[in-house]
Design a protein around this ligand. Sequence first.
Ligand SMILES: [Zn+2]
Length: 99
Amino acid sequence: MTRRLLLHPEDLAASAALFALGSLQGEQKAIFEQHIAEGCGICGQNLLDLAAVTESLALAAPPAEPSAVLRRKLIERTRPWMSETSNKTSTTTSHRLDL
Ligand SMILES: [Zn+2]
């Protein structure tokens, strides 16, 4: 092995968190994946714990109402597109929104 090993456990705990969020990149990601592939039980368990956390994070955000300004902007931007598509006879045109 010529790869530089990360310090264990602090660096790998951070790498596991980033990996679980899909934010680990490049060499760090390759090193971490190699480390998991080598069967580290600590990091494997870390990933399982973090996967549960990231799943609940996705559901934790409360539903939000857009502000009046944002709502108006959204309606202004989508109205031309909505009327354009409803006036077209073809249903195979691509749905494109120029922002
Ligand atoms: Zn490990």
